[in-house]
Design a binder for this molecule. Structure first.
Ligand code: DC
Length: 211
């Protein structure tokens, strides 16, 4: 079974995708880490993530491990959002993601374009969202736990800018697949959001599109 989990930054999609992978015993790929690794590689090389040439160079020579904690930083997230707008970067990362999705037994992938581009044939597609305020609050709390004292308004502005960039780009913009189901986690605890996600996969209202 292939499960596609898409949604905007800090919507809870990563937590939900990990929990689904655990529940169904499937391997999981957080595809945002690939873009984050490209973004960080550009910054470390002294390049500009907004430059297609710099970003493509990094994407073609991507070597950094996806478990590097530096990939979780705000700087990496911003650089990822910039490099991910370049069609060449997306193309360079395409095969790796498709290969992961199509491995025997299936997989869970989370990102922005899993249900639309990477695995349009997925057995289950969730689009996880939450209001910008709730997402900013969650990210603010998370940064606080990491010992970072960043003003809430700055986090909210960053979330809004990221939404705008991810949705407005012409290459594989953040968009809910026509056959995806929406899961709004604004008013849900983590446990409730996970339970709702499992229930949606079990119900599989989307299976008709795949049969
Ligand atoms: O999910 P995340 O915050 O780690 O993603 C970081 C950035 O990477 C995000 O702003 C957009 C980009 N991204 C993408 O374009 N496509 C994906 N499948 C995953 C992430």
């Amino acid at each position: 079974m292939i499960i596609a989990v898409d949604g905007p930054a800090a919507s809870g999609k990563g937590t939900i995708a990990k929990a689904l992978a655990r529940h169904y015993g499937l391997p999981h790929l957080d595809t945002g880490l690939l873009y984050r690794a490209v973004g960080i590689a550009v910054l470390e090389a002294g390049g500009d993530p907004a430059s297609p040439d710099d970003a493509l160079e990094a994407a073609h020579h991507l070597s950094s491990a996806l478990d590097d904690p530096g990939l979780k930083s705000e700087a990496a997230g911003k650089a990822a959002s910039l490099v991910s707008a370049h069609p060449g970067v997306r193309a360079a990362l395409l095969d790796r993601q498709k290969h992961f999705a199509n491995q025997p037994g299936g997989a869970v992938l989370d990102g922005r374009d899993i249900g639309t581009v990477i695995a349009p044939h997925a057995d289950a597609k969730l689009f996880v969202t939450a209001s910008a305020d709730v997402r900013a609050q969650r990210r603010h709390d998370e940064l606080g736990r990491m010992g970072l004292d960043i003003h809430y308004d700055a986090v909210l502005n960053d979330i809004r800018a990221r939404d705008e960039r991810d949705s407005a780009r012409s290459a594989a913009p953040l968009r809910m697949a026509d056959d995806a189901v929406l899961l709004d986690t604004s008013a849900l605890s983590i446990d409730a959001a996970i339970a709702a996600a499992i229930a949606l996969v079990e119900d599989r209202p989307f299976s008709a599109a795949n049969d």
